[in-house]
Design a binder for this molecule. Structure first.
Ligand SMILES: [Fe+2]
Length: 583
């Protein structure tokens, strides 16, 4: 039985295919159309997923769409009457949703009659909850989904047991932790869709100096849940919807904070203006207040469900700084966050919701790795290199057996070279986890600046991440609970901070990826070889890209390698070194 999940007409458009309960493929449309966070209809992602499963669209049995126009219809109507402009926009989007069968038929040049699949609509947050619990290793767990807005809710909690999810409650629009974080991110001068990450990085440079004020911005309710101080916001007047540019499908969000917020916190930082201490402190306070509210929610959820494990999803679940503190600030002992915790993950979640909750099938699958995207053969890599200007331009190219490859590549890293590492199938979700990564020496304090200057061009306050051999985690970090998807941040042990300064953030923490030999043997071997040379079982890992979606095909990796000042490129078993003059 084949179930196709489609997140369409929404940021992070994506597709996933589940066959007989096992995930076969999952990918974001941005990896194909090369537009970051692309919204719109994910035709290429769907095509890829069907190809990986070896089936045609006509053979799909169920199609799962993570949106239900009937969910919270009362609240929707209430706001539609107050915000006619917003209502008009919603109707346009809804019209697109009801047209998904036609869009599919068009994309595949098929008579709509030939699509035999049953269509299912799954409420946004139920799809988020399904995306994490149903693929988690837990037989039972509490589950929490928190994001900006989906089907007019921002937060939902549930208990998962076996193949069932029982929803206990939700927080409805306009109250939203995701929108709170986005509004403050905008206030601090970061307006692009997905910029919340930057402010989370900035928070480490400040002090939570405005907590009293921020406790009025997000308020406790005395029950499970929270409320926004709406005087600080404008989304409940103007409409919160995401739009996207028709030209390139880049999602855009309208301003979400009110003039009152500026009165209280001072003038907005305009994009490009210097970041001052008050901005750093506002970022730190925003993060601290998010943590307070999140840990209250989780504490209460623990009390009510009595579960030891918790599964998280929704954009807020990308807050790895908060996630890393769950063990000390809540009674939960186990945490699972699926690599595509944000809206891309809805494609997987909707598909699994249909499989378990609707079709009542037992669980047979655990998502232990993130490598659900496209992979390419050695032959494809060879041809891509031959067509590029790498061949015949003085670049050293060699094809090496796996063990030697890891040794040679590790030697380059230890020598301070910047290495592009392209292996196997692409990662699902926004983190590069050793298959589409740029890898560098973590021991060099200057490496962060070098990477920024030569390749990444990011804000200087954003940290780089460490990948560590899973078995060495406790030697370097204050916790050793596995973080295979880079969704947890832990303090680096004080005595080790000098040893790995490049991926240690200013507050002494690291957003780590723990690498196990069983899950990614090639990447594990690379780090092992680096440890053999240097005594340090850690490398700096950043995504293989330069202000674009992570590279997907070898052609894009070669392009990025040639365009930037990367020194060495490893594609499968082939290693390419720039001539000394080009370095
Ligand atoms: Fe969402």
């Amino acid at each position: 039985m084949h179930i196709l999940g489609i997140n369409a007409y929404h940021g992070n458009a994506s597709a996933a295919i589940v066959s007989d309960g096992r995930l076969i493929a999952a990918v974001e449309e941005e990896r194909f159309n090369r537009v970051k966070y692309a919204a719109g209809f994910p035709a290429q992602a769907i095509r890829y997923c069907l190809g990986e499963a070896g089936i045609k669209l006509e053979e799909v049995n169920h199609i799962a769409i993570p949106r239900n126009p009937w969910a919270r219809i009362g609240t929707k109507l209430f706001y539609a009457l107050r915000m006619p402009h917003f209502a008009r926009e919603r109707i346009k989007v809804l019209a697109k949703f009801t047209g998904i069968p036609e869009a599919l038929a068009r994309a595949f040049d098929l008579d709509p009659q030939r699509i035999r699949a049953r269509f299912h609509r799954v409420e946004h947050h139920q799809a988020h909850l399904a995306s994490t619990f149903f693929v988690s290793p837990f037989e039972q767990a509490a589950a929490l989904s928190a994001d900006g807005l989906g089907d007019f809710a921002s937060t939902m909690w549930a208990t998962g047991e076996g193949h069932r999810l029982r929803v206990h409650g939700a927080v409805a629009f306009p109250h939203s932790l995701g929108m709170y974080y986005t509004a403050l991110t905008q206030y601090l001068g970061f307006w692009k869709f997905g910029d919340e990450y930057k402010v989370m990085g900035l928070a480490a440079y400040g002090e939570p100096a405005y907590l009293e004020e921020f406790r009025r911005i997000v308020r406790n309710t005395g029950r499970l849940g929270f409320r926004l101080g709406l005087e600080y916001f404008s989304h409940h007047h103007d409409g919160p919807d995401m739009t996207w540019r028709e030209s390139d499908k880049t999602p855009e969000l309208a301003r979400m904070f009110s003039p009152y917020l500026e009165q209280r916190l001072g003038p907005t930082r305009r994009a490009g203006e210097p970041v001052e201490q008050r901005h750093r402190d506002a970022a730190a306070t925003m993060q601290a207040r998010l943590e307070e509210v999140l840990f209250d929610l989780l504490g209460e959820l623990h009390r009510r469900t009595g579960q030891k494990a918790v599964c998280l999803a929704g954009g807020v679940a990308f807050n790895c700084v908060a996630n890393g503190k769950i063990f000390e600030r809540t009674p939960f002992e186990h945490v699972y966050v699926q690599p595509a915790a944000g809206d891309a993950g809805l494609a997987v979640g909707a598909a699994y919701y249909v499989y378990h909750q609707i079709l009542n099938q037992p669980r047979v699958f655990v998502m232990e790795h993130a490598y659900w995207g496209p992979g390419f053969s050695g032959e494809h890599i060879r041809q891509a290199l031959e067509r590029s200007r790498v061949v015949g331009s003085g670049y050293e190219i060699a094809e090496l057996p796996e063990e030697e490859l890891a040794r040679v590549a590790a030697r380059h890293i230890a020598d301070g070279k910047i290495l592009g590492w392209f292996q196997g199938r692409a990662e699902w979700g926004p983190r590069a986890l050793g298959n589409r990564s740029i890898v560098a020496d973590p021991r060099r304090p200057e490496m962060k600046d070098i990477l920024n200057r030569r390749i990444k061009h990011r804000e200087t306050f954003r940290p780089f991440a460490p990948s560590i051999l899973e078995e060495a985690t406790g030697q370097y970090f204050e916790r050793s609970y596995p973080s295979p998807f880079m969704t947890l941040t832990y303090p680096v042990r004080i005595e080790k901070r000098q040893e790995i300064p490049a991926p240690t953030h200013v507050d002494g923490t690291g957003r780590l990826q723990t690498v196990s030999r069983a899950v990614n043997p090639r990447y594990w071997r690379l780090i092992r070889e680096f440890a053999n040379l240097t005594g340090v079982p850690v490398v700096l890992n950043t995504s293989f890209n330069d202000n674009e979606p992570i590279v997907c095909r070898p052609e894009e990796a070669i392009d990025c390698f040639l365009r930037t000042k990367m020194d060495v490129l490893v594609l499968g078993n082939t290693i390419v070194r720039k001539p000394a003059s080009a370095e």
